[in-house]
Design a protein around this ligand. Sequence first.
Ligand code: G6P
Ligand code: ZN
Length: 543
Amino acid sequence: MEKITVQTAPIEGQKPGTSGLRKKTRIFMGEHYLENFVQSIWNGIGGVAGKTLVLGGDGRYFSDRAAQVILRMAAASGAKRVIVGQNALLSTPAASNLIRTRGTDGGVIMSASHNPGGIDEDFGVKFNTANGGPAPEEVTNRIFKATEEIGEYHILSAHDVDLSSVGMTSLGDMEIEVVDPVTDYAALMEELFDFEKIRTLFKGGFTLRFDAMHAVTGPYATEILENRLGAPAGSVLNGTPSPDFGGGHPDPNPIWAKPLVDLVMSDDAPDFAAASDGDGDRNMILGRGIYVTPSDSLAVLAANAHLAPGYAGGLKGVARSMPTSRAADRVAEKMGIACYETPTGWKFFGNLLDAGRATLCGEESAGTGSDHVREKDGLWAVLLWLNILAETGKSVKETLSDHWATYGRNYYSRHDYEAVDAARANEMLDALRAKFADLPGQTFSAGTVAEADEFAYDDPVDGSRSEGQGLRIGFENGSRIVMRLSGTGTVGATLRVYLEAYEDDPAKLHEDAEAALSDIIATAEEIARIKHYTGREVPDVKT
Ligand code: G6P
Ligand code: ZN
């Protein structure tokens, strides 16, 4: 087995975004593209000699090839051991768990999360640090810098490693441990939740549908929900991972998981339904006749987490990303615990979790999680919901009604304008920024503006500052408009408009969200001229 050094040159655009480097699969398959980035990870983290890493991904097209390249490059750079999920599969939370429990130096996750997979779709590579979380900006900046300076990479010339069976193998001097992707993760879930109680729930006839969307959570959900918790066979839908996710878009929201939403709204509705995304970190929660917005889900979980054994001692604090609705803030206030507002991106929760300041975290983008790993965790959210329902005996609908009756309701919606012209989108935000000084005091149909600013985050743990994290306009009545450009899109720019209105009148807690938000939607258009700048009459996606 020969170690080869290949001459290369920097490739433009290898800047990790919100969650690693995501590009069209064909770009990743291009000459030196993957190799340059992987070598830059090694270079950016001070090399991998003597280190132990975790490797896995969501099984999307090209992962099998990429895994072999990454293994050969880790071996060539002197890594001691790589722990790989069988067939290179690992959900993102399971990878995070392995990185932590096995005391490794970090891990490489091959995924483009909820983006479609296939040769003409998306691929991605993300590095997580030893705490199990996505690399913080200081690390991704070093990786990016390395991509700009790279002149050569090292790789072993060797045959493919057999990743199809569990056990020890090697590549040159490097040990490779192929592990079952589910085992350790399932054990962690058994520690956190009352499996006996949830089993009793299913024995009593409680019905569930979990849509794995042909992605990585299939094997996890089948093992945990059906085999261990006794949900009848067939409760898990689309449970076999496929490289192109069955030709679908593995994003658990009312658009891409519409069949599941239709099911819960029909006469055949199960008691509970949920879906997860490509790499298993996102979730969507549904009950009979109801869709739970991610922001509400975070608030409900925060209010009830103590009902599950893993959180019986109460929460240290909660954290949400800035555009996430402020429903969780009301729960934190009532409980007398801290509530943190961070920029979009799970990595910003890492310091708060590591420092023991927050126990639960969540984002409007269908992410919820806790300090059990350092990633958001789709199945974890499903199990916490099930544990809570098993304890309270309430339906999802009753749970939400009771929650709103106690805390009021933060009506919420996100409107996305996808693949718009990046220059125009930036012009729009510039124009909006320019209005900020004059907005406070002005009255629109949504109310009178109280404040308008651009969000910057000062991390209370390490003191780092992250600027330019979204434009926000707050109204005196508690309504809010937030706008930012997505950091995960792969074509042009995606404008996200987040709309929120607070209501505590008991007679007005059960309205249609878009209707309840109509004034704030009209006001967003009036202030920002979205149609004018995007050229779109309506958003592409509303969640
Ligand atoms: C990924 C990240 C999340 C983030 C989401 C949306 O899923 O892990 O933390 O909230 O992307 O990011 P975007 O920049 O597209 O709004
Ligand atoms: Zn994901």
